[in-house]
Design a protein around this ligand. Structure first.
Ligand code: GTP
Ligand code: MG
Length: 196
């Protein structure tokens, strides 16, 4: 897939109505700070279209990026961010849940997991929940550049052991810094929307 143009089109907060989109959507979910917004920038070849931060909890709304006027990339707030109140965390959770439950245009959910760490209980819950909603999540293991090469296979095994992905689950290793994995993800997205 070649990116011709991309723009932030809709921003949805806790109380906003979800957009009535007609184009297909692909969404990026994962723990706070895992690199969802950075992945979107890397895919779109943009440095800072999606706002990123070294502090977790940067994205607090559901952001719809119109790509090539043919689909949306949906940047979700991260879960599991301990520094916000339980009440706000629950609201973000509800917002993500509402989106995943209600979107009629959502074709694929990418679940991002930091390649350096064993998945959290929240990651496992999210993975199983996405499956229970009828989606086949694609796992993206982020921040590949931060792991020594000799550790990569070991961490992939550790992650699989904990997550217990269903057979056939696609797992892609990715780095927003080196862009490794970018073409594979874009090809998968292209396949997803041409199927639909
Ligand atoms: P929330 O919006 O808070 O949920 O976070 P997010 O998942 O959108 O993460 P974001 O893209 O803002 O990235 C968090 C931090 O990780 C930033 O400091 C990024 O620069 C850094 N980061 C993201 N991806 C990579 C990567 O592949 N390699 C390295 N080295 N750093 C990364
Ligand atoms: Mg973000």
């Amino acid at each position: 897939m070649i990116i011709k143009n991309a723009a932030l089109e809709t921003v949805c907060g806790i109380t906003s109505k979800l957009p009535d989109n007609r184009l297909p959507e692909v969404a990026f979910a994962g723990k706070s700070n895992v690199g969802k917004s950075s992945l979107i920038n890397a895919l779109l070849n943009r440095k800072a279209l999606a706002r990123t931060s070294s502090q977790p909890g940067k994205t607090q709304t559901i952001n719809f990026y119109n790509v090539n006027d043919s689909l949306y990339f949906v940047d979700l707030p991260g879960y599991g961010y301990a520094q916000v109140s339980r009440e706000i965390r629950a609201k973000w959770g509800q917002m993500i849940e509402r989106y995943l439950n209600r979107s009629t245009q959502l074709k694929r959910v990418f679940l991002l997991i930091d390649i350096r760490h064993e998945p959290s209980e929240n990651d496992c819950m999210m993975y199983n929940w996405i499956i229970s909603k009828g989606y086949e999540p694609v796992i993206i293991l982020t921040k590949l550049d931060k792991l020594k090469r000799s550790q990569v296979d070991k961490m992939v095994s550790t992650i699989k052991k904990k997550l217990q992905p269903v057979p056939g689950t696609v797992i892609i290793k990715f780095s927003a810094q080196t862009k490794q994995g970018r073409d594979e993800i874009l090809n998968l997205i292209e396949g997803t929307i041409t199927e639909s």
